[in-house]
Design a protein around this ligand. Sequence first.
Ligand code: PGA
Length: 252
Amino acid sequence: MRRPFIAGNWKMTQDRRSAVALAEGVSRQAAGLSGVDVAVCPPSCYLDAVATVLANGPVGLGAQNMYHEPNGAFTGELSAAMLLDLGCRYVILGHSERRHILGETDADVNKKVLAALAAGLTPIVCLGETLPEREAGKTLDVIRTQFSGSLAGLGAAEFQKIVIAYEPVWAIGTGKTATPEQAEEVHADLRRIMAECYTAPVAESVRIQYGGSVKPDNAADLLSQPNIDGALVGGASLKVDAFMGIVVHAVG
Ligand code: PGA
C-alpha cells in the first residue's frame, strides 16, 4: 500500500515573513492528519527559518534543487549534506523549469539523484512531456527516455527510496490540468516501465505524484486514480487553505 504524499513547491516566491507564516499554517493544519505524508519545499534561503517552524511537527522539509558534488569550488551551489544539515528530508530534482529554463539534462539529474540518495535524502524526480511532444504522440517515448536517463544506475533498493513526479509541462502553472484519465494513463505506463526495469513488487512500492495545476477542486478526481499516489503542487501550495484543501483529499 503506497502512502499518499503531497508536497508543495514554493518555487522562487515568498519572503522570510510569509515563508514562516505559510509553514506555520500548514504545520498547524496538518497536525492530527494521518495516513498522508506532507512536505513543503521553500526557496533555499528560507529552508533554515522554515525548518525551525516545522521542527518536531508532521510536515517534512524539502529543497527545490541541489548540486551533485559533496563540497568544493562550486560557487552558488548547495550539496546534499548541506540540505540534510538544514533539516531537509526531500529534494525536488529535474523539475521542468530546471530542465527547460536552466538547461538541466537527464545526465545532470541522474548525478544529483545518485548524490541525494547516497547522502540519505529522498529525491522527488520530475518527468514530463511538453505540449508539442504530446501532440506528436511522443509522450511515452519522452517519459521512457527521461526515466532511463535520470534514474540510470539505481539498484532496486535505491530505486525504492525515490518518489517520481509526473508533471506534464503544458499543465504546470497554466491552469490546464491533465484530466484524471490522461494522468492515470501516464502513471500506469510509468508503473509498467518500473516493473520492466525492476520487478512488479518494486514497481508497486514506489510513489508517483502528479503535478500540474493541482487545486482543491480537481485533487479528489486525480488522487482517486489507482496509480496517482499524491501531488506536487506549485501555485496552490502558496495559500494554506488551498494546499490543505488538496491534502485532505489524500487522507485515506
Ligand atoms: P503548478 O506547479 O501546481 O503551479 O502547476 C506544479 C509544479 O511545478 O510542481
